[in-house]
Unconditional design. Structure first.
Length: 429
């Protein structure tokens, strides 16, 4: 007569969970060999894992002003996972719309966690991603490759693929300084939230390294330390800000002009950190006002600039940083993505494709059966080569890539890769 043996196990830490899983498997073998007993232990797999599926979650702006970027990120990850399996399981992406709003992101994260996900992957935006970190940490859900350069370190387990906005901005400022621009000639037009303040953090850090800049550093600290939702950061120093989800450029512009007049200086480098629509409107307005400023834009602002700047009659003196290879790169991962997407390939879809392939590579290297703990150990055990893109989480790193690519807008309105000396020459005009 067959007997059914059931085992109930309460909440277990990851190490205990793996140990009990192995014990259950051993009991299954022994009992099966000892007389036809039917053994059916409760599954000890981490949430989001079944016999056939590894389920990942992502929160993206699939509707609203940022929908083009959000849908490109979703398409990139889905393309990476298409037809692939890990330990005999297919990878399934559950993506929810958050409208690039922290409140919606929190609601979506709770829903995905309740439904069961192994990890979050490719989430879009700094304020939205920061909003869900405490929840992910509490539920022990890892976050992989968020589409933000905020350099998030916690709470919780975070594996950032891309380098930080601070490093992107710093790479431009260092070239400007080497070309003879003074620290007092470096200004910023920033989104007035945690995302935009990455630009201020970079400006402050590099200015603090220059001699006799204590007064300016104090000004920058005063701006940074303003508290509240959309705090009053204009008219305090070499920074103009705009409210998130708005396109009004005049208030920030007037703040910058006040700084120039009060200090008898010119903003020769204008660091911008914001959404493309807001930044392009500001650049267009400044050009309408005949400002001689050179602008820099970070990778998050990487909507194709050519067509938009054509509409605004913007030519030249715009620098764009990016954190992945150019779309025409000969690297194997880019060639592979071009075959999948054809002319639809853009920077968000390429980055998401790389992040998706990174997840697959780490999961394949993890111990079987796959667990969150085993996945994180595998991520930090070795350097990964994702079709020519090196990703390194070893030695305590939680940012896998330090790579920054520079391009600039020529006078004929084409965006081209910057060769040595191109940007220095731009600043010396």
């Amino acid at each position: 007569m067959n007997k059914k043996i059931r085992i109930f196990i309460g909440y277990l830490q990851p190490k205990q969970r793996l140990a009990y899983r192995r014990l259950a498997n051993l009991l299954l073998i022994l009992l099966g060999a000892g007389g036809g007993l039917l053994f059916s232990p409760i599954s000890l797999a981490d949430p989001g894992i079944t016999d056939k599926v590894i389920r990942l979650g992502s929160l993206l702006p699939l509707e609203g002003d940022r929908k083009d970027t959000g849908n490109a990120l979703k398409a990139g990850m889905e393309a990476a996972f298409n037809g692939q399996s890990v330990q005999g399981r297919r990878v399934e992406l559950a993506a929810l719309n958050d409208f690039y709003q922290p409140e919606k992101a929190t609601e979506g994260a709770k829903k995905l966690i309740d439904q069961g996900i192994f990890a979050m992957i490719g989430n879009h935006g700094t304020p939205t991603t920061k909003a869900i970190l405490p929840l992910l940490a509490d539920k022990k859900v890892p976050l992989i490759g968020p589409y933000t350069g905020a350099g998030l370190t916690g709470p919780g387990e975070i594996l950032n693929f891309r380098t930080s906005y601070v490093k992107e901005v710093r790479s431009v400022i260092e070239i400007a300084l080497s070309a003879g621009i003074k620290p007092t000639e470096i200004c910023g037009y920033l989104q007035n939230d945690s995302y935009g303040m990455n630009g201020l953090q970079a400006i402050r850090a590099i200015v603090a390294e220059q001699p006799n800049m204590a007064t300016l550093v104090a000004k920058l600290d005063e701006i940074m330390n303003q508290a509240g939702d959309n705090p009053p950061r204009n008219n305090l120093g070499p920074i103009g800000v705009y409210q998130r989800e708005t396109l009004v450029a005049t208030t920030g512009y007037e703040s910058l002009k006040k700084w120039e007049k009060a200090n008898n200086t010119t903003c020769r480098l204008m660091v911008t950190v914001g959404t493309f629509d807001a930044i392009s409107k500001f650049i267009g307005y400044a050009r309408y006002k005949n400002e001689p400023w050179t602008f820099s834009m970070v990778s998050f602002t990487n909507t194709p600039v050519n067509a938009h700047f054509n509409e605004l009659q913007v030519t030249g003196k715009v620098i764009q940083t990016n954190v992945i290879p150019p779309l025409d790169s000969p690297l194997p991962i880019v060639e592979e993505a071009r075959k999948v997407f054809g002319p639809r390939l853009d920077y968000p879809s390429l980055e998401a494709y790389i992040v998706g392939k990174l997840f697959l590579a780490i999961a394949a290297a993890a111990e079987n059966p796959l667990t969150r703990e085993g996945f994180l150990k595998a991520a930090r055990r070795q350097i990964y080569d994702i079709g020519g893109v090196k990703v390194d989480f070893t030695n305590g790193r939680n940012t896998g890539s330090d790579w920054v690519f520079l391009a600039y807008l020529k006078d004929d309105k084409t965006l081209v890769p910057a060769k040595p000396g191109d940007l220095e020459a731009m600043f010396k005009r």
